[in-house]
Design a protein around this ligand. Sequence first.
Ligand code: ATP
Length: 502
Amino acid sequence: QEDIFKNVVSHAKEYGFIFPSSEVYDGLSAVYDYAQNGVELKKNIREYWWKSMVQMNENIVGLDAAILMHPTTWKASGHVDAFNDPLIDNKDSKKRYRADVLVEEYAEKINQKAQKEIEKARARFGDAFNEEEFVTTNARVVEYLSKRKEILARLAKGMTDDLQDVKALIEELEIADPETGSKNWTDVKQFNLMFGTKLGASAESAMDLYLRPETAQGIFVNFLNVQKSGRMKVPFGIAQTGKAFRNEIVARQFIFRMREFEQMEMQFFVRPGEEMKWYHHWKETRLNWHLSLGLGKENYRFHDHEKLAHYANAAADIEFNFPFGFKELEGIHSRTDFDLKAHEQYSGRKLQYFDPELNENYVPYVVETSVGLDRMFLAVFATSLQEETLEDGSTRTVLKLPSVLAPTKAAILPLVKKDGLPDIARKIIEDLKWDFTVAYDEKDAVGRRYRRQDALGTPFCITVDHQTIEDETVTIRHRDTMKQDRVKISELKDIIENEVST
Ligand code: ATP
C-alpha cells in the first residue's frame, strides 16, 4: 500500500498534476501547487460538484465570500476558543503528535484484531456464519471490541474534561512514538489551528485577522442578504467553493491534509424540527453523488459520529478507501441554529426568517455538506491510477479517470509529421476546441504517444493517417479498452460528447 501511495505522488509530479509549493526552495511543508493537468482535473471536480448542487437545484444558489472576514466572526463561530488540536511531544525524539490521534490509532489496531477474527470465522463457517451472533459470543472478539470502546470513551471524556487524562491514557496503554518507540511523553497542550494575519499599515491601528479555517462562516453571515435579495424560501441552500487555511500539525499524506486547501460546502437552511429529515436526505444525496463517478461502491462507507462537535446534533462522515485506508472525505453535519444564533448575539443584528406559510419568525436550522476538493482529487486520482498487464505480457500505466473529469478529453495525433497530416490534425483541433479541452502531439512513435495519453487519463486518442486524406476518416482509440474504431471526422464531436457529458 505504501508503494501504491508513493506511485501516486510521483505520477502526480511526473505528469504535471501536482508539485510541492515553491519547490526551488525545497518546498513548504503540506502546501502544494496544481500544475497544468492538475488544475484542469481540480476545476472539473469543482464544476461537477457545482452543477449537481447549484445548477440542478432551484433552491440552492452560489456565493463567493472573501477569505478575510471580520475577526468577531471567529469569536462567534467558536474557532478562537475551541478550534484546537491537543498536542503531545515525545521528550526523546522531540517529535510532535496529536494526542487524540495516537489513541485513536491504538484503538484502530485493536479493532483490526477483532476484524481479523471475524474474517477467519467467516472463512471457516461460510454461509452459516452469523456475524451479529459471533461478535457477541466469541470471547476474544468481545474483549477486543469492549476494550476499544472503553478506550474511545475515555478519550472522549479526556478531550472535554481534562487533557491530562488523555496523557494518562497514553501512558497507561504504553503507546510509543511511532517512529522511535520511545514512551517518554510531555503534557498535552492545546494548539489553535488558525493562521493569523494583520490588516492595516501602522502598528497601532492594525487589526488582527485570521485566514478563514472553513468557508461555512462566509455563508452564515450572508444568510439574510442572500435570502432577501434572492427572495429565497426555506428550505433553501447556499453553496460555496474556496480556499481555507489550517495550521495543521500532523500534516502528512500528500494532499490529504494540507495547510492551504479548498472546500466545497453547502449550507441548507431548514425549519427547526425538520433538520433530521434533511440530514438524512443530504447524507443519501451526497453518497449518490460520489457513487455517480463510478470509482466503486466498496470504496465508500459512512461513519456516524458518536462524539459531536459543539454545534451539531447529528454528524456523519463519508469515508473513502484511500491508499492508506478508510478516511474522511466529506462531512454531513446537522448544525442546528448554533451559528446563526451566535452571529445574532455577537453582531446584535437579527438573522431571522419570516416563514409566510407558518406566519412566524425563526432562526433556521442548518444542515451542512462539506467536502475537501483536494481530498476528492486524491480519491479520484489514486483510485484511477492503475498498472495493467496486457495480453502480450507488457504493462501499461493508465489513469482511468471518469471521462467527465479528465483534464484533456481527446489528443489529436498525426501518424507522421509530413504529407499534410499535421495540418489535418490542426484543423480537427480548431473544430473541437470550442467544446472540449484537446491536445496536439506529434512527438515520438504513435504507440508511445498513446501510452503518454493513457498516463494522463485522456479518454480518446484520434489519429490522422494517410487514409484520412482520401476519405476524411480517422481512428479513434478508447483509453480503457484500447479498442480502435475508424470513424468520420464529422462524427467525432458526437462521440466525445456522448462519453464526457454528465
Ligand atoms: P479531519 O478530521 O480529517 O481533520 P475535519 O473533520 O476537521 O477533518 P471538517 O472541518 O469537517 O474536517 O472539513 C470538511 C472537509 O474539509 C473534510 O471532510 C475534508 O475533506 C476537508 N479538509 C479538512 N481539513 C483539511 C486539510 N487540512 N486538508 C485538506 N482537506 C481538508
